[in-house]
Design a protein around this ligand. Structure first.
Ligand code: HEC
Length: 124
């Protein structure tokens, strides 16, 4: 059982393609050498498909990353709080998480609960 609906995944697919795919790639596969910093010391866009560490973060942290971007913490991802509504960010995260295996999702879910994640409240 996942927190999101098929409708959210569908909405998220289009929004992801528009706002995120240029960096994180069409299927959220990211950059192959995402752990190697560039000449400016910045990390390339990581995979979001469950193979890197997006799944280490509770839902609220993922939302915050998308809203604020990485610049405030020394990264290069742009902020989206002026471009995407909260429900659009949730739809994108639903699409992203639909790429995670059941095993990865289950571990993430435990972590999210441990972090007090309000999963019940956000089903739309
Ligand atoms: C201009 C390129 C760019 C765009 C566009 C972009 N990102 Fe990122 N993203 C990055 C980079 C680079 C990082 C690594 C941290 C940093 O440098 O800010 C990152 C990190 C992340 C992380 C943290 C991953 C982790 O393993 O901790 C998430 C989640 C994420 N992005 C989601 C998104 C979503 C969702 C969108 C679309 C709404 C998006 N990004 C658009 C470049 C981008």
């Amino acid at each position: 059982m996942r927190w999101y609906t098929p409708r959210q995944v569908e909405d998220g697919a289009a929004l992801y393609a528009q706002h995120c795919a240029s960096c994180h790639k069409a299927n959220a596969e990211g950059t192959p050498d995402w752990k190697t910093r560039d000449a400016n010391g910045k990390l390339p866009p990581p995979p979001l498909n469950g193979t890197a560490h997006a799944w280490h973060h509770p839902l609220d942290v993922l939302r915050t990353v998308v809203r604020r971007g990485g610049v405030p913490v020394g990264g290069s991802m742009p902020a989206f709080d002026d471009k995407l509504a909260p429900r659009e960010i949730d739809a994108i995260l639903a699409w992203v998480q639909s790429h995670w295996s059941d095993k990865i999702y289950a571990i993430w879910h435990e972590r999210d609960l441990a972090a007090g994640g309000g999963l019940q409240a956000i089903r739309q």
